[in-house]
Write a protein that binds this ligand. Sequence first.
Ligand SMILES: Nc1ncnc2c1ncn2[C@@H]1O[C@H](COP(=O)(O)OP(=O)(O)OP(=O)(O)O)[C@@H](O)[C@H]1O
Ligand SMILES: [Mg+2]
Length: 236
Amino acid sequence: MSALVIDALTVAFGRFRALDALSLAVDPGEVRAVIGPNGAGKTTLLDVISGITKPVSGRVMLGDRLDLTRCSEAQIARAGVRRKFQKPSVFPVLTVRENLAIGCGPDMAPGAREARIAAVLGEVGLAVRAAVPAGALSHGEKQWLEIGMVLAAEPGLLLLDEPVAGLSDAETARTAELIGRLRRPDRAILVIEHDMGFVEAVADKVTVLHEGRTLYEGGMQGARRDARVIEVFLGR
Ligand SMILES: Nc1ncnc2c1ncn2[C@@H]1O[C@H](COP(=O)(O)OP(=O)(O)OP(=O)(O)O)[C@@H](O)[C@H]1O
Ligand SMILES: [Mg+2]
């Protein structure tokens, strides 16, 4: 059974179709990258999965039971879907630790929360920065904190929109290692990125979107050799 199935998903803004009968399936434990030119529909896809945008038709099945297109944003979050937005949205006056406490959500018991925060601080490599206000972090550290905030709730489906945008090469390499550590058999990760070196390092498979449809799906090596992908995207 797939962790996530996108089935004939169409999203329209007026007469324009941002997604056009798009279908794809992500396996449990898989890291899938969604790539493609500006305006291809990548962020729109995450907007539908997280419940911000409703499609005109199609389904988004989480496991085999829940159609996310019929759920509210809160229900989707409760089902274990967490999203990191493109711009870091940490709370600058709160410390790293306090930001992670918010990521744990209101329902976690205090003891469990402390243990979870300690674990996440280790996972994202910010243990030594725990007491620092988030506003004092570097751009890279803010990105890792925000990944930590979405990790805190132990999501089964993690959505990452351009996690290495604006990062240095060293920070990008560190983020790729971090995503490697987040892999779990019961967690699927969907990542949008324009940095193809990063995509190659983290993704099991890539889906190349173009005009709301799948142009290519498979390994990054194959994408680099695909004539259509080169024409509309990689060759530019
Ligand atoms: N709320 C909206 N109203 C009208 N058009 C929209 C809306 N949101 C997105 N679009 C359009 O839908 C298309 C897909 O946008 P989307 O943001 O999904 O692209 P993207 O693949 O994430 O691009 P980028 O790489 O630039 O982030 C674009 O042409 C965009 O202008
Ligand atoms: Mg986008």
